[in-house]
Design a protein around this ligand. Sequence first.
Ligand SMILES: [Zn+2]
Ligand SMILES: [Zn+2]
Length: 155
Amino acid sequence: MGNGYTIRCRKCSYEYQAMLGFGMLFPTVYEDTVKAIREGKLGEEYKKFFEEHKDAAINCEACAAVCTGCGKFDTVKDYGLYLPKKETGDVNFGCVTAEELNEGYKQVMKYGHKCSACGGDLKVIDLFDELAKHALKCPECGGEMYLTEDLLMWD
Ligand SMILES: [Zn+2]
Ligand SMILES: [Zn+2]
């Protein structure tokens, strides 16, 4: 189950709700993502990579991101590409969990996410790191964003 966090601006009460982590439908999400890659929906580079590396894996965790252009918040699938630390060449059936990625895999490619509002580059962030550094700014007024008490579960 994933968690939804609400961040709010101290000045203008602008809010953003970030749904992070993995839902209960994770295996389905993973399967659909691999299918989308094979169909070239995540770009030729990804498609080719998955064809050449049968043991490749993808990170489907939902992450918070911020646009480097307009400053808006977004939630994206990480979509980092991974290979096993010891390449087996075996076909990867089923889904690879975040734990498995952490333990047995290394990241080889990052996905270039684009902002849906302005087309600028999105930067995937660690929401809690950024909050701890007081680094999150409101896209509307530049005020500091803080984490509210509202916690939401999503599946
Ligand atoms: Zn604001
Ligand atoms: Zn933008």
